[in-house]
Design a protein around this ligand. Structure first.
Ligand code: ADP
Ligand code: ASP
Ligand code: MG
Length: 446
């Protein structure tokens, strides 16, 4: 059993959907499960549509709804005929009616809760997989459409739901029956609560769906099919000379993903780790390229890659009372816990602590509460650079090279020692691309 996940650009039109089916069909004897994202930009458009509806702008919402449906019906007309086209069109119409009712409700109420938004966003994946499943039928490929909400059980943290692995394992046994000679087509990103309410796993969550499914059914491998040649030394959109990395460890991949390498979702490594499932990252546009394999461990050492996460905020608390005070940090962190805001990096001195956060939705409240412990200074528009490489940081030479390369860039915070594979730095956002360029040149272009 294997799981193949195709991202938005990998199912962005009829040609790409066919390619996803070709790639999966090549593996039909491995009992494949094809997990698909929404067609590229559809989730973004559904978010826009919901925002317009929540503003009471039903007209814009309706225009966007028509746009979404047209893109799908055009694909249906392009690659389906006869009864397949008829049935698929009926299915698309039903989805359209459901979406229409939801949008109407949101427009009237001028309110779109996270719960409603999840229900709306799920249509992106339901629409794309409907087309893929009918196309398989059209081509005579044995395929079964499965609604992932039947088995992807989550809690009710709408928009970023937590999967409940034990339940998923049980439900997957019941609803997913992969066999050689058949393709199962199901949706990434979406799930449901025990009460049957639709949830989503957060943006980019289809990768997570794929590894969760892989872990639930005991797949021999999971393949993430995307638009680049695997995990690369840095984001190729920023540094076109970035190279693909043949092998990387779970731990390294997880660090990179967490600190901004969008190519795999940060949560997607954990389910693979638990079952030691190899995860391949491959390019749908270039299927012969070996891409990257993510493994429990990798022999070779050296700097593997550089990731960057922008829109970071640094919060500095200066307190003379901190001196020798046990429990001080715990008080500080309990404020972040209360506001459900993760802290990524910390640096402390005797009288101060600096923390970096990504999610600033509760910044005002957090700042206010921190003020009882000292002077609080907030700096926005920072970026974290994360340099990942196993067994390299014990050798001072790597630090010298990194900081020499960065000698023209002011570094605002340094974090090392947490994992021994990751050196993280904070710089001003406007300097982050230049910093990556300098580091990439130093480590990968000589
Ligand atoms: P998908 O829609 O297939 O899930 P994403 O857009 O989520 O694809 O992820 C692929 C993108 O991730 C690439 O186009 C690339 O710009 C970006 N990316 C960021 N960092 C890296 C990296 N280190 N290696 C490869 N791609 C990266
Ligand atoms: N369609 C969802 C998104 O755009 C999930 C995914 O593509 O992984 O975030
Ligand atoms: Mg993605």
């Amino acid at each position: 059993m294997i799981v193949l996940k195709f991202g938005g650009t990998s199912v962005q039109n009829a040609t790409m959907m066919d390619r996803a089916l070709d790639i999966t069909y090549n593996r039909i004897n491995d009992a494949p499960i094809l997990v698909a994202s929404a067609m590229s930009k559809i989730t973004d458009t559904l978010i826009k549509l919901s925002a317009a509806a929540a503003d009471g702008d039903g007209e814009t919402a309706q225009v966007l709804l028509e746009e979404i449906m047209k893109r799908h019906t055009n694909v249906a007309k392009e690659f389906l005929t006869g009864s397949n086209l008829e049935e698929a069109t009926k299915r698309l119409d039903t989805y359209k009616q459901e979406l229409y009712s939801l949008v109407k409700g949101v427009t009237l109420l001028k309110e779109c809760s996270k719960r409603t938004l999840d229900t709306i966003l799920a249509f992106g994946e339901l629409l794309s997989t409907t087309l893929i499943a009918y196309r398989a039928k059209e081509r005579g490929i044995p395929a079964e459409f499965v609604d992932s909400r039947l088995f992807m059980r989550t809690d009710d943290s709408f928009s970023n739901a937590t999967p409940l692995m034990r339940e998923i394992r049980k439900l997957a046994k019941k609803h997913l029956k992969p066999v050689p000679g058949k393709i199962i087509v199901c949706q990434g990103f979406i799930g449901s609560t025990a009460e049957g309410v639709t949830t989503t796993l957060g943006r980019g969550g289809s990768d997570y769906s794929a590894t969760l499914i892989g872990a639930a059914i005991g797949a021999s491998s999971v393949e993430i099919w995307t638009d680049v040649n695997g995990i690369m030394t840095t984001d190729p959109r920023v540094i076109p000379s970035a190279r693909s990395i043949p092998e990387i460890s779970y731990q390294e991949a997880a660090e990179l993903a967490y600190f901004g390498a969008k190519v795999v979702h940060p949560s997607s490594i954990q389910p693979a780790i638990e079952q030691k499932i190899p995860v391949w990252v491959k390019n749908t546009h270039n299927p012969d390229h070996p891409g990257t394999v993510i493994l429990p461990d990798v022999e070779s050492s050296g700097l593997r890659a550089i990731a960057a996460k922008k829109s970071i905020t640094l919060i500095n608390v200066v307190s003379s009372r901190m001196l020798n005070a046990y429990g001080f940090l715990s008080k500080i962190f309990s404020i972040f816990e209360k506001h459900r805001t993760p802290v990524d990096l910390i640096a402390t001195s005797e009288v101060s602590v600096t923390m970096s956060v990504d999610n600033t939705s509760r910044l005002k409240e957090i700042t206010h509460e921190l003020q009882q412990y000292g002077e609080v200074d907030v700096r926005r528009n920072r970026a974290i650079l994360c340099l990942v490489g196993k067994n390299i940081w014990d050798d001072g030479e790597w630090f010298i090279r990194a900081f020499t390369a960065l000698r023209t860039i002011p570094v605002k915070l340094i974090s090392y020692g947490g994992s021994h594979i990751n050196l993280s730095l904070v710089v001003e956002e406007e300097n982050s691309e230049e910093a990556i360029r300098l580091l990439h040149r130093e480590f990968f272009e000589t």
